[in-house]
Design a protein around this ligand. Structure first.
Ligand SMILES: Nc1ncnc2c1ncn2[C@@H]1O[C@H](COP(=O)(O)OP(=O)(O)OP(=O)(O)O)[C@@H](O)[C@H]1O
Length: 236
């Protein structure tokens, strides 16, 4: 079953002067449980695609169907509610709330969703453990390393059990070991909780572990391949 379907999605900046096609008739289907990398040169449209799929940005043309409804047609309040319920975001700049601890950052979306206290606390504990930060629960983002902050951002995105997670270069600021650890965590949660992951990346270590790799160039899909990651890993 398709979770997300983009139909002829285009995003054109400056249409009246010198048009820039950030996305040019993109047609893609994403199924439940995918672990998919969006790759391509700088400026090829990766961030724009994630933002349009996640309802953070409007498309100029086309539709983004999620479970048969077009999210580009949802009005402001309904779109915010939809994002809150179904989509987890991981941004390159983490976007953690500086005055909140790791635990409080992870809890934040569940609070907005009115989870009962006990359920919320149990889930927060589970996520802190899953990302290996049980002992950093009370630390503020400024007291955490870049890798630890990124793990909090992943835990926050996944805590409320979204249908899918969109991540914009999740390993961009991480050293090799932290990037591998983060990938392990994302793959584990993808397997165990069947959450669909779609992430942009330039990072070869991330690309080789994705099950599907979609390449964009000048806003167009130029290749879309399934990888046998078990074989790829065995070759290393
Ligand atoms: N607000 C904007 N106004 C005008 N053009 C924009 C705007 N945002 C993005 N673009 C253009 O749209 C194209 C796609 O940008 P996008 O950020 O999606 O690329 P990207 O593949 O994510 O790049 P990178 O790998 O460098 O992050 C680029 O040509 C970019 O210059």
């Amino acid at each position: 079953m398709n979770v997300i379907e983009t139909k002829d999605v285009s995003k054109i900046y400056n249409p009246d002067t010198i048009p820039v096609y950030a996305l040019n008739k993109v047609n893609l289907n994403f199924e439940k449980g995918e672990f998919t990398a969006i790759v391509g040169p700088s400026g090829s449209g990766k961030t724009t695609l994630l933002n349009v799929i996640g309802g953070l940005d409007d498309a100029s043309n086309g539709s983004v169907m999620i479970d048969g409804s077009d999210i580009l047609k949802l009005s402001g309040g309904k779109l915010i509610d939809f994002r809150l319920r179904h989509i987890g975001f991981v941004f390159q700049a983490y976007n953690l709330i500086p005055v909140l601890s790791a635990k409080e950052n992870i809890e934040f979306i569940m609070l907005l969703q009115n989870w009962p206290t006990k359920k919320r606390e149990d889930r927060t504990k589970e996520m802190l453990e899953a990302v290996g930060l049980k002992d950093k629960s009370g630390s503020k983002p400024s007291q955490l390393s870049g890798g630890q902050q990124q793990r909090v951002a992943v835990a926050r995105a996944l805590a409320s059990k979204p249908r899918f997670v969109l991540a914009d270069e999740p390993t961009a600021n991480l050293d090799s070991k932290s990037a591998e650890n983060l990938l392990d965590i994302m793959l584990k949660l993808n397997k165990e909780e069947h959450i669909t992951f779609i992430f942009s990346t330039h990072d070869p270590r991330v690309i080789k572990r994705a099950r599907r790799v979609i390449t964009l160039e000048d806003g167009k899909v130029v290749s879309d391949i399934q990888q046998n990651t078990e074989q790829a890993l065995a070759r290393q």
